[in-house]
Design a protein around this ligand. Sequence first.
Ligand code: Z5A
Length: 215
Amino acid sequence: MTCSRQGILITFEGCDGGGKTTQLQLLAERLKQAKRAFLALREPGGTDIGETVRSILLQKKHSSLCAESELLLFEAARAQLVHEVIHPALNEGKVVLCDRFMDSTTAYQGAGRHLSLEAIDVMNAFATDDVCPNMTFLLDVPPEISRQRILQRMFSDLDRMEGEELSFYERVRKGYLRLAATHPERITVVDACRDKQTVADFIWEKVQCILPTDE
Ligand code: Z5A
């Protein structure tokens, strides 16, 4: 895979409740203060088509969705996001922040659903057009904590994916940690049990190292 040479792609990964959305927003605020051009996205979603696919994937009424269809739908939303939004933004030299990307598929559909990791690697490369994040933060919390945080959310109605058993999230977490061990140059494991501001400071320090010196 090739990393973008113009803009920068930074992704946030981890089990739900790890704090990806929170940390992406805190990083976005810092980039804004630093007057950096950035774009904040989420997966699945980020395009009209992607958001439609997202609702198919997350609505509880689609409980009969088989694992193979689920995989293809995540990849379809990703391909659309890469072609419609990420490629152009990187070509314009922007910093692109994405709440989940290809590693989610390896962790959830691969480790979580036991689908073929080889097939997922091929599909990830196809859907991303070989765009690889420059930096990935894996917000790591034990599944029990992530569950607690999800249930404490203001609107704590669980979606189709969030209704899985704890053992599913344990497999997903292990899958993520294996990925991080395989790609230590790209993936930073962040102890996300710490308070939000401490985590945000840690992330900002790392991100500053890869921001181009001037625009
Ligand atoms: N999925 C997949 O299976 N395959 C794929 O390829 C892709 C995705 C791309 C997307 O759901 C689902 O799709 C997801 C994986 C799957 N499913 N699951 N399960 P989503 O986008 O709706 O949900 P999410 O990505 O899992 O986000 P989330 O549930 O909102 O979690 P989060 O973004 O990591 O956490 P948060 O919203 O920032 O924080 C959650 C709560 O914790 C909130 O009340 C915060 O105030 C609190 N929080 C955050 N940080 C802290 C700290 N440090 N201390 C204490 N409390 C905190």
